[in-house]
Design a protein around this ligand. Structure first.
Ligand code: NAD
Ligand code: DAU
Length: 331
């Protein structure tokens, strides 16, 4: 099987490529990645001699057409992924998340290639802290930020291509991932690398916002379960019952680093900050038999801390610029 992985030099995509090479040696992997600020070829170093890497954009119709025409399956991770950046400049989000997904859809339609679209739980908006409900595939779309609205738009394009053109496609909407190779702009790596540097973690607002954490390897195992056994045209929600408020995550990290529980700073909140995400993944569990392996969040976090301690060369070059950008916003 020949698989084209878009965004394979990013956080989740690079973990997906590494897992695929190790667990499915029969799969022939090609990565298409534009190597934006978020992409890093070094994340693919452990498998570099076993994959084909193409530097280019998913908005390049001729390139996409050629690569899709040589594939049996496309797994589409490429995106602008950071909410804070989308508040600063939405333009690349519209280009990559909407135009890029459209460009891929036209190519898979032409060549009759199976397509899996990676999306986010943020398309459903947010929940109150005390809401007994969680997101399901039937929850109405209600995105809040330029990032989540472009992801919602890309999901709707996929659904329309399924209905109108009979595309063989599936969609997954996953909650917040953590694990190795995540960019230091994101919450958990930012706090881990701050703590390694002896800097206090930074909490947006009161820190009461809730995210539903899942280890990146569990996300990627679910993606393969959907590709292998999912029904075309269906949407599957991926989550591992990992709801935690941001303050709780920071306190766990402080404990891992042997620091006092209140040794953090409150900084400016994110405008429009979604309060809570929570996933009901029963369709994925019951229909496809998927279960997460990383059920102990603290243990997963400790392993992630160890990875950042051991891979300072990987994250250090980006840290100062990320912190300068946050500092300019009072964050
Ligand atoms: P990331 O920002 O770490 O990586 C994105 C990758 O896409 C980078 O390698 C970047 O170079 C590449 N890219 C960006 N624009 C491109 C373009 N025009 N053409 C080709 N490549 C391009 O993102 P991530 O956290 O790994 O997220 C991957 C996917 O998973 C995204 O679609 C995101 O919406 C989705 N998702 C992320 C999370 C999460 O917690 N990180 C949760 C649910 C869903
Ligand atoms: O829910 C899935 C989404 O999770 C993905 O679609 C996105 O691509 C991914 O970036 C993530 O979005 P969030 O906005 O939830 O992630 P982020 O890491 O930016 O922030 C997580 C929470 O932590 C959020 O409530 C904001 C808060 N935060 C973030 C940073 C960077 C802080 O309190 N302090 C910080 O320094």
């Amino acid at each position: 099987m020949r698989v084209l992985v878009t965004g394979g030099a990013g956080f989740i995509g690079a973990n997906f490529v590494q897992q695929t090479v190790h667990e499915r040696p029969e799969v022939d992997v090609t990565v298409l990645d534009a190597l934006t600020y978020a992409g890093d070829r070094r994340s693919l170093d452990p498998v570099a001699d076993r994959i084909t890497f193409v530097e280019g954009s998913i908005t390049d119709a001729a390139l996409v057409d050629r690569l899709v025409g040589e594939s049996d399956l496309v797994v589409h991770f490429a995106a602008e992924s950071h909410n804070d950046n989308s508040l600063d400049d939405p333009s690349p989000f519209v280009q990559t998340n909407l135009i890029g997904t459209f460009t891929l859809l036209e190519a898979v339609r032409k060549h009759g290639v199976r397509f899996h679209h990676i999306s986010t739980d943020e398309v459903y908006g947010d929940l109150e802290l005390d809401d007994p409900d969680r997101f399901t595939p039937e929850t109405p779309y209600n995105p809040s930020s330029p990032y989540s609205s472009t992801k919602a738009g890309s999901d709707l394009l996929v659904r329309a291509w399924v209905r109108s053109f009979g595309l063989q496609a599936t969609i997954s909407n996953c909650s917040n991932n953590y694990g190795p190779y995540q960019h230091v702009e994101k919450f958990i790596p930012r706090q881990i690398t701050n703590l390694i540097d002896g800097v206090r973690p930074k909490l947006y607002g009161a820190g009461l916002n809730v995210r539903d954490w899942i280890h990146v390897e569990d996300h990627n195992a679910a993606v393969w379960a959907i590709v292998d056994k999912g029904r075309a045209g269906e949407t599957y929600l991926i989550g591992a019952d990992g709801e935690k408020d941001n303050l709780g995550v920071v306190r766990t990290l402080l404990e891992i680093f042997g620091r006092e529980p209140d040794d953090f700073e409150h900084v400016n909140d994110r405008p429009g900050h979604d309060l809570r995400y929570a996933i009901d993944a029963s369709k994925l569990r019951e229909e496809l038999g998927w279960t997460p392996r990383y059920t102990d969040f603290r243990a997963g976090l400790e392993a992630t801390v160890e990875w950042y301690r051991a891979n300072e060369d990987w994250w250090r070059p980006r840290k100062a610029a990320v912190e300068a950008k946050y500092a300019a916003q009072g964050q």
